[in-house]
Design a protein around this ligand. Structure first.
Ligand code: SF4
Ligand code: SF4
Length: 335
């Protein structure tokens, strides 16, 4: 464990900038959003999570995969993004979100576009000292303090950060700027433990995950799906802000003699998501809402050794214009 004084955070990040593209949470008006490092806007003491997760850096909203040209044979040019990147300030829920996407895109089938981005990205986490109203990571077990999936993990102790090393890549970053760090003491670690316990007491949103897991298989005909879906305006916002949603659509865009294959995020809440030529296998919004919850809390854990497809970040609660609340739905499922 190391200590970095707060006044040395910007020099540390700017030092990283000599070798890497550095992204961090920035104050943008009333919001906190990830962006390219800008020390005048750097957000270090925000409560809860940035409005959007850092998913965009490994799985962009819209990505050009390859270009092809038919000139007698087929000429293909792949567009792999291998930018060397460090992301600082990732909340524990979002670290889990990235770990989850790694399971999806780097296990059974390795997606080369995702792999190119992720294998060149170093993750620097930032523990949460206070939850927002919608946060429920403590119920899922992904926060408010991280245990895994980081290269370095920062804890705000007041004037200084306690820095935990999670990988060789993280250790190397510290070694390169060793003059900025001092060794942590057992008192610093104890203080972090006290802050974690305090942080856990700030949560206002809870679910009983054990009960959800036990009851979800029998909840497919619950009235909650139709009741909640009746409010939905099909905007897709809950999917767009979600750090674990990974569905996409593919389109070929032709210009002149070249065609680009592009993929972009899709939303299971939109009517056309499962539209086929003859029918739609999820024709009602109630079926689509049920699919979103079952995918995260039943199908994903079945496929990925118990790992839930939800981080408990609460962003879908914050963004939904219809007031549809995943924690409320899960409590109904659990009862
Ligand atoms: S489903 Fe909602 S609470 Fe869960 S990870 Fe996605 S946005 Fe966060
Ligand atoms: S954000 Fe709310 S209204 Fe929009 S699709 Fe999701 S559940 Fe429906």
């Amino acid at each position: 464990m190391k200590i970095l004084s707060k006044s040395n955070l910007v020099p540390f990040l700017e030092g990283l900038g000599l070798e890497f593209k550095v992204n961090a949470p920035l104050y943008e008006g009333q919001d906190v959003l990830f962006g390219d490092l800008d020390s005048s806007k750097l957000a270090t003491d925000f409560i809860g999570k940035p409005r959007l997760s850092p998913k965009e850096y490994s799985f962009p909203q819209r990505e050009r995969l390859f270009t092809f040209k038919n000139n007698g044979g087929v000429e293909i040019e792949a567009h792999l993004n291998e930018t060397k990147r460090v992301i600082w300030g990732i909340r524990p829920c979002d670290l889990y979100g990235l770990k989850f996407l790694d399971m999806v895109y780097l296990s059974d089938y390795v997606d080369p576009y995702y792999q190119a981005r992720r294998s060149n990205t170093i993750l620097l986490g930032l523990n949460c000292n206070k939850a927002e109203e919608s946060c429920f990571c403590s119920s899922i077990g992904t926060g408010p303090f991280a245990r895994e999936a980081f290269d370095l993990l920062f804890t705000d102790l007041g004037d200084v950060f306690l820095v935990e090393i999670g990988s060789k890549a993280g250790k190397k970053l510290i070694e390169k700027q060793a003059n900025l760090f001092t060794n942590a003491t057992s008192k610093d670690e104890k203080q972090a433990g006290i802050l974690e316990e305090k942080s856990k007491k700030t949560f206002k949103t809870y679910i009983d995950l054990g009960k959800v897991e036990a009851k979800i298989a029998g909840a497919s005909s619950s009235p909650v799906w139709a009741e909640e879906a009746a409010k939905c305006i099909l905007c897709g916002g809950c999917n767009w802000v979600c750090p674990t949603c990974y569905c996409f659509n593919i389109e070929d865009v032709t210009s002149g003699d070249k065609t680009q294959r592009v993929r972009y995020w899709d939303s299971c809440q939109l009517g056309g998501f499962t539209q086929m030529a003859a029918m739609n296998s999820r024709a009602t919004q109630a079926e689509r809402l049920r699919q979103r919850i079952y995918h995260k809390f039943s199908y994903n854990p079945d496929k990925y050794g118990g790992e839930i497809g939800c981080t408990g970040c609460g962003r879908c609660i914050d963004v939904c214009p219809a007031g549809i609340n995943i924690a409320y739905i899960l409590r109904r499922v659990a009862n």
